[in-house]
Design a protein around this ligand. Structure first.
Ligand code: NAD
Length: 260
């Protein structure tokens, strides 16, 4: 077990990639806080995964709310005695060309991805520094942290920004034994992507099957989707790495869509 007795907070863990990370971390011995805007979903995932020793709790948390983030992190500490790993994963996608992009939607996306990463990081670092037991902060980036796609201006902007935040946390956290890294997945078949396929088909005027084949997976080496488990394995690698050598890095998990 690579995370025995560690405490991990995973945001956006009621669904998709976050849920898979929570599942794997629990299997590896961690206590896991399933934090999500969708409180009922978080509670139900926690109930599904917790097991008899109750190593998972659900916490309702809008990552754009300073008060909710601080309260949620306090609940994590009260339940499990500290925070060793933060996975800042909550996210949304909205697609439209820039000249038609609604300003409120632009701000909402940046707030969830960037304000959310900042607020959860700040709260986790305060606890990690106070307890003096080090830690690992993991951001959910994307191939869109490195590459651009049409129709995704705020998403590409936010995901590039997370690389900068990870590097600053790596520098500031080092003296406290805190590492920070970012995972950059290719397309994973989650509700976030399922919602995008018809939206992109409409915006580009092409059939949905063509969006999958010629837009989403065109540049991969094998035409395959990345899986939520692939991403969870990368998160486990960052969370359980044994020294401070691995910090400030990004890891692309995308079937070769983007090679660095
Ligand atoms: P998903 O829609 O399955 O899950 C996202 C979760 O985030 C949901 O449970 C949702 O309730 C939660 N959430 C949304 N807004 C929130 C908020 N304000 N506060 C707290 N929780 C909130 O999506 P997913 O595909 O699992 O995406 C998870 C992360 O992975 C996102 O950051 C996404 O950008 C990133 N990502 C996804 C893909 C992909 O292809 N699916 C690829 C690269 C990166």
């Amino acid at each position: 077990m690579r995370l025995k007795n560690k405490v991990a907070v995973v945001t956006g863990a009621a669904s998709g990639i976050g849920k898979e990370i929570a599942t794997l971390f629990l299997r590896e011995g961690a206590n896991v806080v399933i934090a999500d805007l969708n409180q009922a979903g978080a509670d139900s995932v926690a109930a599904e995964l917790a097991g008899p020793d109750k190593r998972a709790i659900g916490v309702g948390m809008d990552v754009t709310s300073e008060a909710q983030v601080d309260a949620g992190m306090a609940k994590a500490v009260a339940a499990f005695g500290g925070i060793d790993v933060l996975v800042s994963n909550a996210g949304i996608q909205t697609v439209a060309p820039i000249d038609e992009f609604d300003f409120a939607k632009w701000k909402q996306l940046l707030a969830i991805h960037l304000d959310g990463a900042f607020l959860t990081t700040r709260a986790a670092l305060r606890e990690m520094y106070r307890s003096d037991r080090g830690g690992s902060v993991i951001y959910m980036g994307s191939v869109h942290s490195k590459e651009a796609s049409a129709l995704k201006a705020p998403y590409v902007t936010a995901k590039h920004g997370l690389i900068g935040l990870a590097k600053v946390v790596a520098k500031e956290g080092a003296k406290h034994g805190v590492r920070a890294n970012i995972i950059c997945p290719g397309f994973v078949r989650t509700p976030l992507v399922d919602k995008q396929i018809p939206e992109q088909a409409k915006a580009l005027g092409i059939p949905e099957a063509e969006v999958v084949k010629n837009v989403m997976l065109k540049e991969t080496v094998d035409g395959e989707f990345t899986t939520a488990d692939d991403v969870a394995q990368a998160a486990l690698f960052f969370a359980s790495f044994g020294s401070n050598a691995l910090t400030g890095q990004s890891l692309v998990v995308s079937h070769g869509w983007f090679m660095q």
